[in-house]
Design a protein around this ligand. Structure first.
Ligand code: SF4
Length: 369
């Protein structure tokens, strides 16, 4: 399998990484078969977290493949915020993983600026990770988070992390454009190795695995950590990476235009409906933070609706979106007709209706029309 450099770490990681979250959903014997097959096919990046099933994912990995420990780069994560908490949890992780060290250790789920202050403070989780590195229990310091990347940007500017992981997919690129626009260039500039997760947008793009994986791998990331819980899924992903070619810009534009998950509701941030005194994009960007623009107030497919309901607030940034909308200069006037802007949208979005829906979400004024 093709391998790429993981920033300045000196590690080479396979383009398909094995995300361990979904190992909690299957029995140990099946987990062992999948992990063994992944290694046999040339995969070498396996990641998990102390919190996945409260150590169950780690224990399944340890039981299944610790005898092949030299064949893979191993990463785990801790959402502890203090030095002591991280050190205690890492010891449990090493025991579960049946190894004396992990290669990459993530300070995990760093979502807010308060989280950044906590983990970087004296006595914080990063201090614990540095101490563990000194003791040979981990090799590289890493950070991970989801959604709009304000916290990750702040953390990378303040400290010298080796590796960063966050979501990259062709759906959320329109909800959190700073991930590709600011965070990725900053990491490249600082030599931080980038690992992509959520290439299927938490499963929302499950009908489109090939364009989704291909899109993520076309970015300057080292590997895509894909959640795998069946032989069929592993086979599909292995097939996709084996025939991978980078997407051209024209192919990406075509994907943005035709992807069914984007449809005629997700704002592609093209700016064509902007007027001299009002910019709908600013409202839609906050709608993206609020619920990833998932709730379009139409139920055309119950399975999709159920999936949207499960995923839309998962990143837990709704309050941030509402607070920023309160302060936004160009708010929506719910009594105004914005119909003329709809004709300007090349993606067929009913801009008037969408503006009023977004306003309802962000201001607690329900859209009733
Ligand atoms: S024209 Fe459509 S896609 Fe472009 S910014 Fe406006 S709503 Fe978004």
């Amino acid at each position: 399998m093709q391998k790429r450099a993981l920033g300045k770490t000196g590690l080479q990681v396979s383009v398909l990484g094995f995300g361990g979250f979904h190992l909690v959903e299957i029995v140990s014997a099946e987990a062992a078969r999948l992990l063994g097959a992944y290694l046999d096919q040339g995969g070498n990046y396996i990641e998990t977290a102390a919190g996945y099933g409260n150590g169950i994912s780690e224990a399944k990995i340890g039981k299944a493949i610790s005898h092949r420990r030299t064949e893979y780069v191993l990463a785990t994560k801790s959402a502890e915020r203090t030095r002591q908490g991280l050190l205690r949890e890492l010891d449990r992780s090493l025991c579960n993983l049946k190894t004396d060290h992990v290669d990459v250790m993530f300070v995990h789920a760093v979502q807010t600026l308060e989280d950044v202050d906590q983990v970087l403070a004296p006595g914080g989780a990063l201090e614990g990770a540095m101490e563990a590195r000194q003791a040979g229990k981990l090799r590289f310091l890493a950070i991970s988070g989801h959604g709009r990347p304000d916290a990750l940007l702040a953390a990378v500017k303040r400290r010298d992390f080796d590796v960063l992981m966050t979501g990259f997919n062709y759906y959320d690129r329109f909800n959190f454009p700073a991930v590709e626009g600011e965070l990725l260039p900053l990491c490249r500039q600082r030599g931080v190795g980038v690992i992509a997760m959520k290439s299927l947008a938490d499963g929302y793009l499950y009908k489109s695995p090939e364009p989704a994986l291909r899109y993520a791998l076309s970015l300057p990331v080292a590997t895509v950590a894909a959640g795998i819980n069946s032989a069929a899924m592993l086979e599909t992903d292995l097939g996709i990476v084996s025939r991978f070619t980078p997407m051209s810009e024209a192919e990406k534009e075509e994907l943005y235009r035709t992807a069914p998950e984007l449809g005629s509701y997700i704002c592609r941030l093209c700016g064509k409906c902007r007027t001299a005194d009002f910019d709908p994009q600013k409202v839609f960007l906050l709608e993206g933070v609020f619920d990833r623009q998932m709730d379009d107030m139409r139920v055309t497919d119950t399975a999709r609706y159920a999936l949207q309901e499960r995923l839309k607030h998962w990143l837990a940034q709704t309050e941030l979106a509402k607070t920023e909308y309160e302060a936004l200069a160009g708010k929506v006037d719910a009594s105004k007709d914005y119909g003329a802007l709809s004709a300007l949208c090349p993606y067929g979005i009913d801009v008037d209706r969408k503006l009023k829906i977004a306003h309802g979400k962000l201001s607690r004024e329900p859209y009733l029309a």
